[in-house]
Design a protein around this ligand. Structure first.
Ligand SMILES: [Zn+2]
Ligand SMILES: [Zn+2]
Length: 451
């Protein structure tokens, strides 16, 4: 083992109660470090030096397997540990007792076999690292833990998910790629119109907000959230007419047929691909001459790392979009390509997690921001789905759903979707928050089992 060094490792585990102790160059690393005197010292130097030797002996023993990788580690930890204790007590007896307890606690740690490791560092640091490790372990979204939260086929159908038993979803009786030239009802202003890309801006006068009940002068009235005008008032925004097939899955299949995850994997030769256990998913939709169309898909893994984040090339004309035109123009994958890309992560056993109700006042179209509509937009039939809006039911029961941001605030104590209503929601942020909620539930249920 080297006995001297010239640089201090950047991953020093020293804590900072006093000024942070550092290992000086050219010291003998096989001997206990010398006490480093700060501005004040609460205990006699001779006692501190003795304590340092005690701590160093324990750290040196504990780190035997990793000292070769980081020879200064025992010096750093013993200096930091002594500094921690010296800074928090004036009483010599209490100081000695704290040193003794620290030495015993260090001697009981399992030896680290790598750096970083929860056994490395001062008592405080090691304890915090162990707690973080336990939390991660308790939050682990393993397939066995997740099965109980997955929706049954009946529940999926009840909550408006596409019904995988309807063969016409996979094998449509007819095709209807675009509705250009056909009459539809605009979902914004409720007027019948002929679908066309040559509409003028202002053909559609509408409110983008919802109506919410309010009590004004003792009378209950419905007020638009967008402009605070009373229900029935002329629209406060102008656009073009747009339509959606809503949850008419047979009609949607005529535009782009549905596929099962297993089918895509078979067709694309993705068998044998290492699929992940669980994904969070979020989609953005736009209005086209074929109704609502998938414009962007974001898929994250259980740690929040992005697996896929793609804009989708449109094969029909766009009528209205909350997505930048350039992003759509530059997109290389069409819906079939992104679906195949998604199935390089999503296998037949993967659990897809989403929240069935993101703040609706933010959505571009009336039917976005629900997990069943994300799957609908992808035209994907998948058997293992967890919907946190169903997992955390509304007090009033179905069909009411709690907003994602309210649940996150209540259960996790942090805020999401704090930007303005026009900015829309961030797909990745929502997907991550949804997985965090599920981890909370997994931990909570384990506590129940242990209790
Ligand atoms: Zn309005
Ligand atoms: Zn309209």
């Amino acid at each position: 083992m080297t006995s001297s060094f010239s640089t201090v490792s950047p991953s020093s585990t020293a804590s900072a109660v006093h000024s942070k102790p550092t290992v000086k160059a050219n010291v003998n690393l096989n001997e206990a470090p010398r006490i480093q005197l700060g501005k004040t010292t609460n205990q006699p130097v001779s006692d501190r030096q003795k304590a340092l030797r005690t701590l160093f002996t324990q750290f040196q023993k504990l780190y035997a397997g990793v000292l070769e990788q980081q020879p200064t580690l025992a010096h750093e930890s013993s200096l930091a540990q002594e500094n921690d204790i010296s800074g928090t007590t004036n009483n010599l007896k209490a100081y000695k007792s704290a040193i003794h307890h620290a030495a015993v606690s260090i001697s009981r740690r399992p030896p680290p076999d790598r750096i970083p490791h929860s056994s490395i560092g001062t008592v405080r640091e090691s304890r915090a690292a162990q707690q973080a490790e336990q939390l991660a372990k308790a939050s682990r979204l393993s397939p066995e833990r997740l099965r109980r939260y997955c929706l049954s086929h009946e529940t999926m159908v009840q909550w408006g998910y596409p019904d995988s038993t309807i063969t016409e979803l996979v094998v449509p009786s007819t095709t209807c790629v675009s509705s250009e030239g056909f009459a539809q009802t605009c979902y914004r202003c409720k007027i019948d119109f002929v679908v066309s890309t040559s509409q003028d801006m202002g053909d559609c006068i509408f409110h983008h907000g919802r109506t919410v009940p309010e009590r004004i002068e003792g009378k209950r009235v419905w007020i638009y959230s967008c402009c605070r005008k009373e229900r029935g008032a002329a629209g406060c925004e102008e656009g073009v007419h747009v339509f959606t097939d809503n949850d008419d899955d047979v009609k949607l299949a005529q535009r782009v047929p549905y596929k099962t995850t297993a089918q895509i994997i078979e067709e694309k030769g993705l068998k044998g691909t290492k699929h992940v256990d669980v994904v969070g998913i979020d989609c953005e939709m736009i209005s086209t001459t074929a109704g609502s169309s998938l414009a962007r898909i974001s898929i994250i893994d259980e740690n929040g790392a992005i697996l896929l984040d793609e804009f989708v090339r449109q094969t029909v004309s766009v009528l209205f979009s909350g997505v930048r035109a350039a992003d759509l123009e530059n997109a290389v994958m069409d819906i079939n390509d992104v679906r195949a890309a998604a199935c390089s992560f999503i296998g037949p056993d993967t659990v897809i997690v989403g929240h069935g109700c993101v703040d609706l006042s933010n959505s571009v179209t009336s039917d976005t921001s629900r997990l069943e509509n994300d799957l609908r937009a992808m035209r994907l039939l998948h058997p293992h789905v967890i919907d946190t809006a169903i997992l955390f039911p509304h007090d009033k029961g179905a069909p009411f759903r709690r907003a994602l941001r309210d649940l996150v605030k209540e259960k996790l104590g942090y805020f999401i979707q704090v930007h303005t209503a026009d900015a829309g929601h961030s797909s990745v942020e929502d997907a991550k928050a949804t997985l965090d909620l599920l981890k909370w539930q997994v931990r909570d249920d384990q506590d129940d089992i242990q209790a």
